[in-house]
Design a protein around this ligand. Sequence first.
Ligand SMILES: [Zn+2]
Ligand SMILES: [Zn+2]
Length: 258
Amino acid sequence: MLIDSHAHLEMAEFKNDLEEVIQRAKESGIEHIFTVGTEKKDWERAIEIADSHPGIYAILGVHPHNAKEIDAGTYPTLRELCRNEKVRAYGEIGLDFFRNHSLREVQIKGFREQIALARDLQLPIVVHDRDAHRETVDILKSEGADQWGGIIHCFSGDYRMAKECLDMGFYISIPGTITFNNASEFREIVKKIPLESLLVETDAPFLTPVPYRGKRNEPGFVRYTAEKIAELKKITFEKVAEITTENALRVFRLKPVA
Ligand SMILES: [Zn+2]
Ligand SMILES: [Zn+2]
């Protein structure tokens, strides 16, 4: 079995065929999917999907793109929603200095506040970092995030960043970009990260792996990422599936599937 540690099933891209997408994931051996509600309009939908499907769980938070929308009602609402036992992590939170949909200062403030909130809620954090590697690591350190940990999702940093995140006890989640032709540098980094610290994810509907690149991504495609990791590390697909599953169950504090 495999776990897709990060997808966005509540997004409009899945509006017309969500059940088929979930069914195909099951048929590909994807036992659990973690769906990430990144803004107010998506939180309840993420919970609704998780509540109505046994193997699906939710992750809630304010994405750095939406940091400018944080108001007095945001954190009380999230506090309430995160009490649902299907919510297994807090996120995705962090910094996106590539798109800059929110001002950098606003992103930083939201990131810091939500690290504290997640800690209060005793949920591991799911971190989004794009073109803000140094700042992301510095904030995680200064907020003491190493004390309860989480996941760096869609990892895109260099090996030095990976090492710093591992030293803080974070897991590193690998998306379908590992299969891209131009990802040779990324593949070298992943080779060096111990399997015991890796998760796999799709970030569906985005970042579709080869051989479906260009189409909409879906959780079932996470197997292409796992296959690539097996090839890089010269181990079996089954070993990658087994260990990344154990890692995911540990970070999300779930019992093994019987
Ligand atoms: Zn992200
Ligand atoms: Zn995401």
